[in-house]
Design a binder for this molecule. Structure first.
Ligand code: ZN
Length: 296
């Protein structure tokens, strides 16, 4: 059966989380249609599954970012929203078999501040650009919810480089610096009176919006040198066997504070570090694998 990969749970009024083997996706019921946030990581037809959960048509998906655990099911939908950076690597199957996935689709490009054309549910794009190049949060002004993709979550926030956009490229852009991430979290916190809950794509949902304060404080303590963290980047949900776990020579650390944590590159603390970062060694095995499955 096409839906064997997925389970669902109503989480807030008009808001359903769809879980599968990878990232969580969300189905938002609006006035005359339902819209997906992210498209799952499996080749099962997530649109067909979503359509069993509502009488509304489900035609549109918006990608929070380009990683394939969020984009694998894009091709089942009629409209796929994403930023330009998301569009450049959203079809990279990251070492998988491209023939398993529906990759014959085009992106409809969105950018910071855009409101998606969905009647009865006001969805604003907020560019964050840290966990992945072009990563967005979707602010649901109608239901007062924030969908940050992987920029905020309770397991760990990973600041890794982007994945290949063209064949042979190891990484599209160096990882975001800690300073860039701190500024992105300040941007979200400046909107905090517009949402009540944060709904991430991994490691449990929802999370309390007070975690933004803690993430900002953690980033500031890394910037001041008060916290450097551990060279052991592992956690219960992120271990050495994961293909996107940092290589030993790549210089990553895990810093933790009051239940939140950040995996960051010790060579990329301040924005001024960024200009020399192109020559950094491959961050993870997945980056090397993705160099071979970027779009032709
Ligand atoms: Zn993810």
């Amino acid at each position: 059966m096409a839906d064997r990969f997925f389970m669902s749970r109503k989480i807030f009024p008009g808001t359903i989380v769809i879980t599968g083997p990878g990232a969580d996706s969300y189905l938002l019921l609006a006035e005359d249609e339902a819209v997906m946030i992210d498209a799952g990581s499996e080749h099962g037809n997530i649109r067909a599954f979503a359509e069993t959960l509502t009488d509304l048509p489900v035609r549109k998906v918006v990608n929070t970012h380009s990683h394939f655990d969020h984009t694998a099911g894009n091709g089942w939908f009629d409209v796929v929203y994403g930023t330009e950076a998301t569009a450049r690597s959203g079809k990279n199957v990251m070492g998988g078999d491209p023939s398993l996935y529906p990759l014959d689709y085009e992106y409809t490009i969105v950018g910071d501040g855009d409101i998606l054309p969905v009647k009865g549910r006001e969805l604003e794009v907020i560019l964050l650009d840290c966990h992945a190049p072009g990563n967005i949060a979707v602010l649901d002004r109608t239901r007062r919810l924030l969908f940050p993709g992987d920029e905020v979550e309770s397991g760990q926030v990973l600041l890794l480089p982007g994945y290949a956009e063209v064949p042979g490229q190891i990484h599209s852009r160096p990882a975001a610096t800690v300073e860039t991430y701190r500024n992105a979290m300040l941007k979200l916190r400046s909107r905090a009176d517009e949402f009540d809950w944060i709904l991430p794509a991994h490691n449990g949902t929802p999370v309390d919006k007070s975690c933004l304060d803690t993430l900002i404080l953690l980033a500031e303590k890394i910037l001041s040198g008060e916290i450097t963290g551990s060279r052991d980047c592992s956690s219960p949900s992120y271990g050495r066997t994961a293909s996107h776990f940092p290589n030993d020579d790549a210089g990553y650390r895990r810093a933790e504070l009051s239940g939140v944590s950040l995996v960051y590159c010790e060579k990329l603390i301040f924005d001024t570090d960024y200009k020399n970062a192109d020559a950094l060694p491959p961050a993870t095995r997945l980056h090397v694998m993705s160099a071979e499955t970027a779009r032709q």
